[in-house]
Design a protein around this ligand. Structure first.
Ligand SMILES: [Zn+2]
Length: 432
């Protein structure tokens, strides 16, 4: 059955997927209640992290500045500093996303260069706004940075294709700040199978190189992210990784059967191994949406016209206007806030409150009716309160769980490093 959804592509310009209020789509009844003062106050007190912010892609748009307030209905962007502050989000994992390209020496080099450039762009964002953002390199940094009223910037890799030709680059990315890495994206690569490759599995999970990648991530203290990878990859990561695995932005099959979502048995296995699932707010993964060939063709044509590098904000706004036209001409149902909450509450019920968090995929296609941009994060806190969860429970969902996983990765790497120091200092050495 999941085959139905395998053809879905992700345009490198993530914004093309953003459904905005201005679009006259199938009207959804308002599902998000106003946030009470008490819920808002609690939300502000908690350390809130989203593990999948695709915002770094916007840093490359000429004239778009993270410090300015933007309007999703105009330029498609959902996260910027003013809206982060308004939504009380302390920060999260800022993704170095690389679309899967040709698995050739030239393709690998282009992907490597693109990912390095993206990592530097995130660091430049921090360097240019030192009063507003701070790089987080350890789990404990997050609380300290939030206490300084700055936004927490962990770096993550979405698709390790840029590293497939040279695994030693993982240490380079670690030094640039990366603390979380996925393996594949929409298609299989040299490391692992994707959940959505129309050709089906190539490696039956991880390749030999993928296994080396896992060992290297463990050695460095980088958390492994199984979102977008096949179910077999998740199983093998749970078995192979020395530290718990994260799904940085995923949903649950019990609510909507899609290859990007995971089944209850795997949810339990993930939890039993100490891992965590962070719930995605991307409509196509939350509810069934019909594929209208004309709509898909129009989106594809729109995307073809937007491929050129050096896109300006004005050009981007024109693309979004065209996207609204497409939405009006061929409307498709859009998931609601309650649809996303159904995934969240089911995951908590099956995996337990210690194994669930938030990875809404804003600026990467995320956003549902009633949860349009980063101003809407308090709605999640309010909804969990209404569902009867305590302050401690909600804190776990917002950051406690993911930081526990990161601390485990740090501890394992530190243990290995200490061991090798003992071995080195204990052995007779010729040099020094
Ligand atoms: Zn993604």
């Amino acid at each position: 059955m999941p085959r139905l959804h395998l053809q879905r592509r992700r345009w490198p310009l993530a914004l093309l997927f953003v459904h905005t209020h201005a679009a006259a789509q199938v009207p959804a009844k308002p599902t998000a209640e106003p946030v009470s003062n008490a819920a808002r106050a609690l939300h502000e007190q908690l350390l809130t992290l989203d593990t999948h912010l695709d915002t770094p892609a916007n840093l490359a748009v000429l004239g778009w500045n993270i410090g300015d307030r933007h309007d999703a209905s105009r330029d498609g962007s959902q996260v910027d500093l003013p809206r982060l502050v308004q939504g009380g989000l302390d920060g999260g994992f800022w993704a170095i996303y690389t679309p899967q390209g040709p698995r050739t020496p030239a393709g690998d080099r282009a992907a490597r260069d693109s990912a390095l450039t993206r990592a530097l762009a995130i660091r430049e964002m921090v360097a240019a706004n030192p009063k507003s953002f701070e790089l987080a390199l350890r789990a404990d940094d997050a609380t300290a940075i939030a206490a300084r009223h700055k936004r927490v910037v962990f770096l993550s890799i979405e698709n390790a294709y840029p590293l497939e030709a040279d695994l030693s680059l993982l240490e380079t990315f670690y030094k640039l700040g990366v603390r979380l890495t996925g393996l594949a994206h929409f298609s299989n690569n040299d490391l692992a199978d994707s959940a959505t490759d129309p050709k089906g599995p190539e490696w039956q999970g991880l390749s030999e190189k993928g296994r080396s990648f896992v060992a290297e991530a463990n050695r460095l203290g980088i958390v492994l992210d199984a979102s977008h990878a096949s179910d077999q990859v998740l199983d093998q990561l749970i078995a192979l990784s020395k530290t718990p695995v994260l799904l940085s932005h995923s949903g649950v099959k019990a609510v909507f059967n899609h290859p990007r979502n995971i089944d209850d048995q795997r949810l339990r296995a993930l939890a039993a191994s100490g891992g965590v699932i962070q719930i995605n707010f991307l409509s196509d993964y939350l509810i069934a949406t019909p594929k209208i060939p004309e709509r898909e063709a129009a989106l594809s044509a729109l995307f073809q016209g937007s491929r050129k590098p050096g896109l300006t904000l004005v050009q981007r706004e024109a693309l979004i206007a065209r996207k609204h036209e497409i939405d009006r001409t061929w409307p498709v149902p859009r998931a609601t806030f309650e649809d996303a909450i159904a995934h969240l509450l089911h995951a908590i019920q099956v995996a337990g409150i210690d194994h669930v968090g938030i990875g809404a995929d804003l600026d990467g296609g995320g956003g549902v009716s009633g949860f349009e941009d980063s101003r809407d994060y308090p709605r999640i806190t309010a909804r969990l309160l209404r569902a009867g969860y305590s302050r401690d429970d909600i804190q776990k969902v917002w950051s406690g769980n993911v930081l526990r996983v990161l601390r485990a990765a740090e501890a394992y790497a530190a243990g290995l490093a200490a061991q090798s120091t003992v071995v080195t200092s204990g052995a007779p050495t010729a040099s020094h």
